[in-house]
Design a protein around this ligand. Sequence first.
Ligand SMILES: [Mg+2]
Length: 260
Amino acid sequence: MSSQKIFLFDFDGVIIDGMHEYWHSSLLSCEKYLNSPYISFDQKLYKRVPNSFKEMRPWVKYGWEMILIVHEIIKTENPLKNHNKDDFINNYYQNCQRILNDNSWIAEDLQKILDKSRKYQIDKDFKSWVNLHNPFFEVISFMKELKKRKIKTGIITTKGKIFAERILKQLNIFPEFVFGYESGTKIKLIEELTKTYEILGFIEDRKKTLIDIKQNAETSHIPCYLADWGYIKESDRYNLSNEIKLLKLSSLENLVAILQ
Ligand SMILES: [Mg+2]
């Protein structure tokens, strides 16, 4: 095994809380680029993130799904609200596919629109865009502690790589690498990384991703941590297999200690 030690992190919900940014950028995508006849626009929508959006965030795997959710929330007829939210969630994947079909949308196009909306904001007012994100400072300290111990850090996200990099730079964090959705699935990427690095752990807030890692023979040895502070479903906290540890922000200091 390689002597290059590395610790892996997901980005959204692990290093930063970007809830305001997800809402803002997805809403801007709907306003500027989606051209849907089913929505009407009010600038007040930017002011507050609705609870229905916050509560659905744990189900989101890729950014484009957020545009679709925002579209459903701001629809003029039969919008997604708290009372019908559970029906959506209970069949989340199928509902996303149905809405794509009904509107003749393609997931990749929605993802491009989201990236475009982020680029637009960065070009227009970078500072305001960055300020829509709140870092988890305990995680930032943890990353700095790792650096002191000569342990590298790597980031694997389903966000566009350049956007994660812009935020990390602002936080003075320079990982060994950042992989975004453009680079492929997390499981494939991590499998590849095991050839070069000794992976000391992976912190992620999507339980399914961690289960996949544990079930893959090439990656099952990697210590997996579910970020308790991230966008996780209430049910994720329970019935965790022994192999996936629920990690709290307050436990990061102890984790540094055992990595020495
Ligand atoms: Mg995440």
